[in-house]
Design a protein around this ligand. Structure first.
Ligand SMILES: Nc1ncnc2c1ncn2[C@@H]1O[C@H](COP(=O)(O)OP(=O)(O)OP(=O)(O)O)[C@@H](O)[C@H]1O
Ligand SMILES: [Mg+2]
Length: 268
């Protein structure tokens, strides 16, 4: 159905945690399955954090991409954790992961976006102009930039989001944790929609991976907020195919974009 890709710009604002929490909470049904795919050029952590092998995963998927990807082979590249989540983990080595993505992301990205009955939640790590994951990021139905609402994370990330949106990729912010700015201030300052906000929840973040590995996600404040974001995005992606994301957070139509607010509403 859709490829939703989470990225960051600098620091480690919680992209992997957010992708896992949103992926875990993503609504699935008999005709709408979900898959978490790790495509971070800096190397993966999901195998280590969830107690999985490194292969099958990105290694086998990238190898298959050399000969042409087949829809019916998708699940051969995934591992299912005891909690039920299906994951395509990446090798932890930066050299291996970046090389795999450099050779395969142009094939894998559009293929994942066209799977029909599967929603793919991808963790592409840091977004950089020369990222080997760029072709996959550009093929996404939606790119979610995770950032702490502090100026040094927001400011240069905004330029990357603008560049993405200028290329026709639908993209917006997910503000994670505490900072100086609320979503109104961020939208006003940068003209880019905030798709969701997640609380600072160190306990919830630390429980996330052990919970995901073994059972349903614990209802921490982080998981509750991620669940609301997941449902919101899944509904929007189903109902509003083709529209810009400007109205996602507000529910307003795209031509009444939420980014026209003049208030700078900085939070203490
Ligand atoms: N909402 C949150 N509140 C508090 N702590 C968080 C939150 N999200 C993530 N963390 C913590 O922040 C740290 C980094 O998280 P994570 O690995 O998800 O970030 P990342 O952006 O993927 O990092 P990297 O750049 O290394 O890939 C972890 O210790 C995690 O538990
Ligand atoms: Mg990460």
């Amino acid at each position: 159905m859709s490829l939703i890709t989470f990225v960051s710009h600098r620091g480690s604002p919680g992209v992997t945690s957010t992708a896992l929490a949103v992926g875990g909470a993503w609504p699935a049904s008999s005709n709408r399955r979900k898959l978490i795919v790790e495509v971070d050029p800096a190397g993966g952590v999901l195998a280590l954090r969830l107690g999985l092998a490194e292969d099958p995963g990105l290694v086998s998927l990238a190898a298959a991409a050399r000969h042409g990807l087949a829809r019916e082979d998708l699940w051969e590249h995934a591992q299912v954790v005891p909690g039920g989540l299906a994951v395509v983990p990446s090798p932890s080595s930066i050299a291996v992961a970046s090389q795999l993505l450099a050779t395969s992301s142009a094939a894998i990205g559009p293929w994942l976006a066209e799977l029909g009955d599967v929603d793919v939640i991808a963790d592409a790590g840091r977004l950089a102009p020369q990222s080997p994951a760029s072709p996959l990021i550009d093929a996404s139905d939606l790119v979610v930039m995770v950032a702490r609402p502090v100026v040094d994370q927001l400011h240069s990330a905004a330029a990357q989001l603008v560049a993405l949106r200028d290329r026709g990729v639908r993209a917006g912010w997910c503000l994670s944790g505490d900072g100086a700015y609320d979503s109104t201030a961020v939208e006003s300052a940068y003209g880019i929609p905030v798709l969701g906000t997640l609380p600072s929840d160190a306990r919830g973040a630390s429980l996330l991976f052990s919970a995901a590995a073994t059972r349903r996600l614990t209802r921490t404040p982080l998981v509750r907020a991620a669940s609301s974001l997941a449902n919101h995005l899944a509904t929007w992606l189903t109902d509003r195919e083709g529209e810009d994301v400007a109205h996602v957070a507000s529910g307003r139509p795209a031509d009444e974009a939420v980014v026209d607010s003049g208030s700078a509403g900085a939070r203490a």
